[in-house]
Design a protein around this ligand. Structure first.
Ligand SMILES: C[S@@+](CC[C@H](N)C(=O)[O-])C[C@H]1O[C@@H](n2cnc3c(N)ncnc32)[C@H](O)[C@@H]1O
Length: 351
């Protein structure tokens, strides 16, 4: 394999080319795994358990002053096998992810959309910040990844006001279910309304029912309809008719009835996640170009990112806020995308 030696592990030439094209230094990946910071977030309400958690994991949890409930850990500490983790008191999430959610400035009662939600670390943090108010809609195109998000929401008991849709975030167009938006007026046949979610059996029935409803639509509509794979008891879904959940609203209505906050944590090359890139040490560096770079050619990727950002903005209520984030360090996937978006949507910067 071609490449420069970084800590004894040669980075493949294609990755070095990618770094060079994006003005990034290969030395970024030279850090030893032991020097990469590690963080956990404590589920609010478990503050009094910190001493017990520290005893269990055998080290001090050092508070991150600018990120509420985040703690710094020595990198060698593994949390997955701990009781605190299994019981949902702590979860692994890096500080950069926390910063993206912090920037969203979630307030009590907000209706929040997470347009690339899986596997769900940021979604969980948003759910915590909502403190049982407002609503949370998570969307992801990868069904298996979103199914994992559903498991995480259940594990941390955060799904109460959440609903999850498998859908293309560039086209998703369902608005939040605000208490004030009439559900009664659009109730039809009771069998067509959402009952309380019951894992597995209900999910299967739900899909069948949905398929029946969809059969009334044109083929194009069927392909584009988001598939709901979870909703909580207070997500606003229970008792709603399918028609009311899937109703189409125009741009003017979205400015009144859209989401207060939208997170677009877009698909990217993940090159900014040094820990992720260093895993290729075990997986084999040769697989890195295929899994990180060639999976999506970068021009396609930036078009996808721009489309996700544009659709997220379209679904935002007037006066709402949107955060666009990636775990890439390349300007092409960050500043350039935002610049192109702003040039097409100059109103986005106005408060
Ligand atoms: C960086 S990950 C999101 C991480 C997530 N926000 C979290 O905190 O755990 C990007 C996600 O975008 C999803 N994705 C890719 N293309 C998409 C699309 N067109 N619409 C919606 N999601 C998409 C991927 O399946 C992936 O789960």
């Amino acid at each position: 394999m071609d490449g420069s030696d970084v800590s004894g592990s040669p980075l493949p030439k294609t990755f070095l080319d990618f770094l060079s094209q994006n003005g990034l230094s290969p030395s970024l990946y030279a850090a030893s795994s032991q020097s990469i910071p590690r963080y956990v977030r404590l589920k609010p309400g478990f503050e009094s358990h910190i001493g017990d958690i520290e005893d269990e994991i055998g080290c001090n949890l050092v508070e991150v002053p600018w990120l509420p409930n985040f703690y710094h850990l020595p990198p060698e500490i593994r949390i997955a096998s701990t009781k605190a983790y299994r019981e949902g008191k702590i979860y692994g999430i890096d500080a950069a992810s926390g910063a993206a959610v912090l920037a969203l400035n979630v307030s009590h009662g907000d209706h929040v959309l997470d347009l690339c939600a899986a596997p769900g670390a940021k979604l969980c943090m948003v759910a915590d910040l909502l403190e049982g108010s407002g609503s949370l809609t998570g969307v992801d195109i990868a069904r298996h990844r979103l199914a994992a998000t559903r498991n995480i929401l259940n594990k941390y008991a955060l799904g109460d006001r959440c609903r999850l849709f498998v859908a293309d975030g560039t086209k998703f167009s369902l608005i939040p279910l605000r208490a004030s938006s009439s559900s009664n007026s659009s109730r039809g046949d009771a069998s067509e309304t959402y009952k309380e979610w019951e894992a597995r059996r209900r999910a299967w029935k739900e899909r069948k029912l949905l398929a029946k409803t969809q059969n009334k639509c044109t083929e194009a509509e069927i392909r584009e309809d988001p598939e709901v794979i979870f909703y909580g008891p207070r997500s606003g879904m229970v008792g709603r008719s399918k028609a009311s959940v899937y109703r189409v609203v125009d741009e003017h209505q979205i400015s009144d009835m859209g989401y207060d906050k939208v997170l677009v944590d877009a698909e990217c090359t993940h090159d900014g996640s040094i820990k992720h890139i260093r895993k290729f040490e075990q997986w084999g560096w040769t697989t890195l170009p295929q899994r990180v770079l060639e999976a999506r050619r970068s021009d396609e990727l930036s078009a996808l990112q721009l489309n996700l950002l544009t659709n997220g903005f379209r679904l935002l209520k007037a006066g709402g806020s949107l955060v666009y984030s990636t775990c890439s360090l390349s300007a092409a996937q960050n500043e350039d995308v935002v610049e192109r978006f702003m040039s097409r949507n100059p109103s986005a910067g106005k408060t």
